[in-house]
Design a binder for this molecule. Structure first.
Ligand code: KET
Length: 455
């Protein structure tokens, strides 16, 4: 115990607070724990360079390019405003959706009085981990059966990517990671801050609004041997353009021949096709060949658990022995970062995945979300065609997943926000899940005006 605190039996929080109060009053250094002397000695007493904060030099940071769109949207008083920025599902009425099966699972959890709020292990909920691995790799996956997959529960997709990246930065011989150009805006930051060196590979061709397959193969072909390669498992964000099964097979062969390490980001399983197995094909192809790979999974979108922060990181290894050692090191990454993950969301997912009926109910609700998005694509495409909006808009119905990469430029986006109160990311990406039959005409009017006035 640290000694010398005048407040006797008060809690650590109380002691810290009273130390802070004394400190701010500038009265004395007494009573501050030995380890905190630097606080008492810090020049915060009002005379620091004539300024009154040690943080005076801190400049205002920019808003996040995606989440900042919601911040701007929230400030707009217009009744016609639309938020097509963040990828979050909305109902036909424009409301956030909690799946019925999720409500049911939560009810069961609440009613179960044997459930407690103890810490989870560092790696999270065992059932959740096992079931998540099976969900992405396949119920009969030999890799799972042979115990050569280690899965740890993490803070949604982002946390899984970050833990995976930190592990690679510590234990993998190659620190170069190639990410697609373009990709989800957070990828370069997550990987860069974990200590990896981020490079890009060609992915999207704006002239065809499709995959730049040759560019992709060339860039992976000239990547340093052993480099990590990030792939979007399905429903590439922001482009909505995925390789075909045949192209994936060619990518797999090239990646394996160059000993590249595939790192899959699976944030939209079930959202691309409406089918969980179809959307996992790319990952399963790489696991089937017996080689190693990494998968970050998110349950934010497919189970609508955004704010619960539920995800998993799986590392598929050559054998069970390696998997065990890898897991021991993942624990050493996680423990000092956030100690162990939260219990509630993972318990919901485990409850749903474990029960045959609930699982079935989930797939139906998931398919309904995917279908509504596909329906919005058709409606928007038809609305633009009926307005005679210049340009070929067929990419709206060809692209898959939550987003349409419209091809609108940042000026056109700014115009639509200013004149029509439509909020979207400046790269022209719109979240189709934010649209409804009621709002399609307004969006089509805005796009029409933007492309006819600001070519
Ligand atoms: N990967 C991809 C490809 C992705 O689009 C997202 C989220 C995530 C990971 C992280 O999701 P998480 O909530 O950590 O499980 N994308 C949407 C939300 C965001 O930017 O945070 C989006 O692009 O709008």
């Amino acid at each position: 115990m640290h000694g010398g605190n005048a407040s006797g039996s008060s809690s650590p929080a109380d002691r810290r607070l009273s130390a802070l109060v004394r400190h701010l009053e500038g009265s004395s250094r007494d009573g501050i724990d030995a380890g905190n002397h630097s606080i008492a000695a810090a020049p915060t007493s009002g005379s620091y360079g004539g300024r009154n904060s040690v943080f005076d030099h801190v400049v205002m940071g920019p808003e996040d390019p995606i989440l900042g769109v919601t911040v701007a949207y929230n400030k707009d008083p217009s009744p016609v405003k639309m938020n097509l920025g963040v990828g979050a599902y909305r109902t036909e009425e424009g409301k956030p959706l909690v799946l019925n099966v999720v409500r049911r699972a939560e009810q069961m959890l609440v009613n179960d009085s044997s459930r407690v709020k103890e810490y989870l292990p560092i790696v999270g909920l065992a059932d959740f981990n096992k079931l998540s691995a099976k969900l992405i790799l396949g119920a009969d996956s030999p890799a799972v059966q042979e115990n050569r997959v280690t899965t740890v529960q993490c803070l949604s997709g982002t946390g899984s990517l970050r833990v995976g990246a930190e592990f690679l930065a510590r234990h993998y011989h190659q620190h170069t990671i190639l990410i697609p150009q373009p990709t989800w805006g957070n990828h370069p930051k997550v990987f860069g801050l974990a200590g990896l060196s981020v490079k890009t590979y060609r992915y999207y061709d704006p002239s065809t609004r499709g995959l730049d397959f040759e560019g992709l193969m060339e860039d992976l072909g000239s990547a340093p041997s052993g480099a990590i390669v990030l792939f979007h498992a399905c429903a590439h964000n922001p482009t909505g353009v995925d390789p075909t099964a045949q192209q994936w097979e060619q990518i797999r062969q090239l990646a394996r021949s160059k000993a590249l390490l595939p790192f899959f980001d699976s944030a939209y399983q079930g959202f691309a096709s409406g089918n969980l197995d179809t959307d996992a094909q790319s990952v399963r192809m790489f696991v089937k060949d017996g080689g190693e790979c990494i998968v970050a999974q998110s349950f934010a979108k497919n189970m609508g658990l955004y704010g619960e922060r539920v995800g998993a990181l799986s590392i598929v290894c050559r054998n069970a022995d390696v998997a065990g050692r890898v897991e021991s090191q993942l624990k050493l990454v996680i423990r000092p970062m956030y100690s162990n993950p939260p219990i509630h969301g993972a318990s919901i997912v485990a409850t749903v995945l474990k029960d045959r009926n609930m699982f079935q109910e989930w797939t139906v609700e998931l398919k309904a979300m995917a279908d509504r998005i596909i329906n919005m694509r058709t409606q928007l495409f038809d609305a633009l065609r009926s307005r005679g909006t210049p340009g070929d808009w067929s990419h709206i119905i060809k692209q898959i997943g939550m987003f349409t990469f419209t091809g609108l430029n940042s000026k056109q986006v700014a115009f639509m926000t200013k004149e029509y109160h439509i909020y979207m990311t400046s790269d022209g990406r719109i979240s189709m899940a934010g649209l409804s039959s009621r709002t399609v005409p307004h969006l089509a009017d805005a796009i029409h005006a933007a492309v006819t006035r600001l070519a």
